[in-house]
Design a protein around this ligand. Structure first.
Ligand SMILES: Cc1cc2nc3c(=O)[nH]c(=O)nc-3n(C[C@H](O)[C@H](O)[C@H](O)COP(=O)(O)OP(=O)(O)OC[C@H]3O[C@@H](n4cnc5c(N)ncnc54)[C@H](O)[C@@H]3O)c2cc1C
Length: 306
């Protein structure tokens, strides 16, 4: 079994920053990445990034290009197409889709994935999970759209798509939206938008090129079905924690719980950084990069003490 000092799982901003800090502090590391490219969610950011100082980036691809020219990342050995599948907390053994490693330390930086709606699993009219309502909104010009969700991203998506779509139905599961008041106010000005409160999708069928959504609602004014051209679920994200159930803690959270040094609770050698531990509310580039530094520094201090 291959021995690795620091195994980093995930090649988003968190994992890449951890690799840079390993080099900085003289630790040897290997980074495994499930897909065939670095960057993670950076590829999905089509908005300008102005909150990751000091630079302003046109979008995530622009930031990724700069990162990839970093001297450490240019020479980093990345094992693409290899995913973390399980850990044995007592033996410091990590299993991936390709092999097993004996590791001194593991840094989990596997990020998040969008939540799915089971009733839409076979529906061909569902837009891709990371569909950009800023860069790709023109694709829905003249269409009837259903956006599902009640948070900021759902509200923002409904607002952006309303500028191009013929009609937008926003399906909200509860009686009020979690979205910020600015978004709620903006939505109230849109003539093409209908909000269906306390409504869930029960089933989806397809007829005459349209998706027919069967709706479940307590409200008498909610229609039992609506017919739309495209559906955009925006119901949040979950941590990529497949195979890590034993680390999730008693609350059965969908994010890896970490302490002040990013150490996964109950372990001395596993760290969690970035969105996989921060969740949607605190998910950000700055925090992911900062946590990478903290985790690797903590590892290096532990090694000095030994
Ligand atoms: C549309 C959009 C706009 C955003 N705009 C901003 C912004 O303006 N400013 C800001 O600060 N933040 C923004 N964010 C949030 C920011 O992108 C994230 O907080 C950040 O990219 C998270 O980085 P990460 O490395 O933790 O996770 P990710 O970027 O999700 O990377 C995780 C990586 O791990 C890989 N992986 C998954 N499972 C495994 C496994 N089992 N084994 C190995 N590899 C695995 C994935 O393929 C991926 O490459 C935005 C996000 C989105 C989606």
């Amino acid at each position: 079994m291959e021995h690795v000092q620091v195994l980093i799982a995930g090649g988003g901003i968190a994992g890449m920053s951890a690799a840079i800090w390993c080099e900085r502090l003289g630790l040897s590391c290997i980074l495994i990445e499930k897909t065939d490219r670095l960057g993670g969610q950076l590829a999905q950011i089509h908005n300008e990034i102005w909150d990751f100082p000091p630079h302003i980036y046109a979008d995530g691809t622009n930031l990724l290009e700069e990162l990839q020219s970093h001297k450490v990342l240019r020479s980093l050995q990345v094992r693409f197409g290899e995913a973390l599948t399980s850990v044995d907390p007592t033996k410091r053994k990590v299993t991936t889709t390709r092999t097993a490693y004996q590791t001194d330390y593991l840094i989990v930086a596997t990020g998040v994935s969008p939540n799915q709606i089971p009733a839409l699993a076979d529906c061909s009219k569902v837009l891709a999970p990371w569909f950009s309502t800023t860069a790709e909104a023109e694709a829905v010009t003249g269409m009837d759209i259903a956006v599902i969700g009640g948070g900021d991203r759902a509200a923002e998506s409904a607002y952006n798509l309303s500028r191009y779509a013929r009609t937008v139905h926003l399906l909200v599961r509860s009686a009020h939206m979690r979205a910020r008041s600015q978004w709620r106010e903006r939505l109230s000005t849109l003539p093409s938008l209908t909000i269906l409160w306390e409504t869930e999708v029960a089933a989806c069928s397809e007829r005459d090129g349209k998706a027919v959504l069967s709706l479940r609602s307590f409200r008498p004014d909610t229609p039992s079905t609506i017919s739309v051209d495209r559906i955009l679920p925006r119901i949040g994200v979950h941590g990529n924690v497949d195979g890590l159930d034993s680390l999730l803690g008693e609350e059965n959270s969908r994010y890896l719980p970490a302490d002040n040094y990013q150490q996964v609770k109950g372990t001395e050698w596993i760290y969690a950084i970035g969105d996989v531990t921060n969740g949607a509310d605190y998910g950000s580039l700055s925090l992911a990069a900062g946590q990478a530094m903290k985790a690797v520094k903590h590892i290096s201090l532990q090694l000095k003490e030994q």
